[in-house]
Write a protein that binds this ligand. Structure first.
Ligand code: 8YV
Length: 318
């Protein structure tokens, strides 16, 4: 790889994969943000930093950006930009890049894995065999996916990849989002509550952030009802988690497959004892292949920026 003439300083917010850390240290002077938290809290500024490298989960807060007065770019390994202070970036002309396109398939796979795990009780069945219960009788019947209605909230690239997979499993598709899409035949529901009332499964694939906070509230969950299942591979913030937990505990909601939570890595412990819930640790994009592709795209954006070339996947900041 071509070396950049002078080594710009970058601020990395969290430890990244070792291969990526090596590539970054080969090209840049790296400040490791996770070792500088006390100094950051004490108000220290780093005027030599020209770019922040971060993840979708950690983002870049106003406090961090204010401590980096010369920052030009936030390069995110992830598609979610809800943890980046967009208003501050816009006001200060800071560019943002994310990694769209390269993670859609893996994230959609995870949505279907959770869906299958909840409907076919895969996790519970595995525990059943390991505990030796099969020797004393069969496992209870589960539910099929074919013929069930799947409502996707957010029909972007990831939502579409989920829809294609759900269709292949024989599910009937509907979707909700800000506007109907002209190029799909799935039924569009302008009202989320109305869709929740009609479908068997609600799959959340919408962006996080202030605009979508708690869009899945108690009312939507009640519409989904005791036979309904919620799958969330988006952001914990889009669901009123307290309302969700209450309904899973008392049976007002049928089940859930959750990869994301409101206060990660904290997961409400009351969910641990429930068989109708499958919990994964925000791992939808976490395969070696996809994380390598995300890392490469982030790096390509970073290198393009410092070489004065156009960014590959800039976030439009209007
Ligand atoms: C990653 C994500 O877990 O893309 C996102 O926004 O939440 C995930 O793909 C995260 O960005 C870590 O790199």
């Amino acid at each position: 790889m071509k070396q950049i003439a002078s080594r710009p300083t970058i601020f990395i917010t969290v430890p990244l994969a070792p291969a990526l850390m090596e590539q970054l240290s080969a090209q840049f002077d790296c400040l490791c943000g996770w070792t500088l938290q006390e100094e950051l809290a004490a108000g220290r500024a780093w005027s030599e930093v020209r770019a922040v490298v971060t993840t979708g989960g950690v983002g870049a807060s106003r406090q961090l950006l204010q401590a980096l007065p010369a920052v030009e770019l936030v390069a995110c390994v992830g598609v979610g930009f809800d943890a980046i202070d967009l208003a501050y970036a816009r006001e200060h002309g800071i560019a943002i890049t994310t990694t769209p396109g390269v993670l859609d398939q893996c994230v959609a796979d995870t949505a279907l894995a959770l869906l299958l795990a909840v409907f076919r009780r895969v996790v519970q069945a595995d525990r059943f065999v390991r505990a030796g219960h099969w020797l004393h009788g069969g496992f209870p019947l589960t539910h099929s996916l074919a013929g069930k209605c799947c409502g996707i909230v957010g029909l972007g690239n990831i939502g579409r990849a989920i829809a294609r997979r759900a269709e292949a499993f024989g599910m009937v598709l509907g979707y909700h989002g800000p506007r109907a899409k002209a190029d799909v035949a799935y039924r569009y529901y302008p009202d989320l509550g109305a869709m929740a009332a009609e479908v068997d499964v609600l799959v959340l694939a919408l962006p996080g952030g202030a605009a979508t906070r708690h869009v899945v509230d108690g009312r939507v969950l009640d519409a989904l009802g005791p036979d309904g299942v919620l799958i969330n591979i988006a952001r914990g913030s889009v669901v009123d988690q307290a309302a969700l937990v209450e309904r899973l505990l008392d049976g007002r909601l049928g089940g859930a497959g959750l990869d994301v939570f409101e206060h990660e890595p904290q997961v409400p412990e009351v969910l641990f004892g429930l068989d109708n819930v499958v919990l994964t640790p925000h791992m939808a994009s976490a395969t070696l292949e996809t994380r390598a592709a995300m890392a490469q795209l982030m790096l390509d954006n970073l290198l393009a920026h410092f070489a004065g070339r156009p960014l590959l996947t800039p976030l439009p900041l209007v």
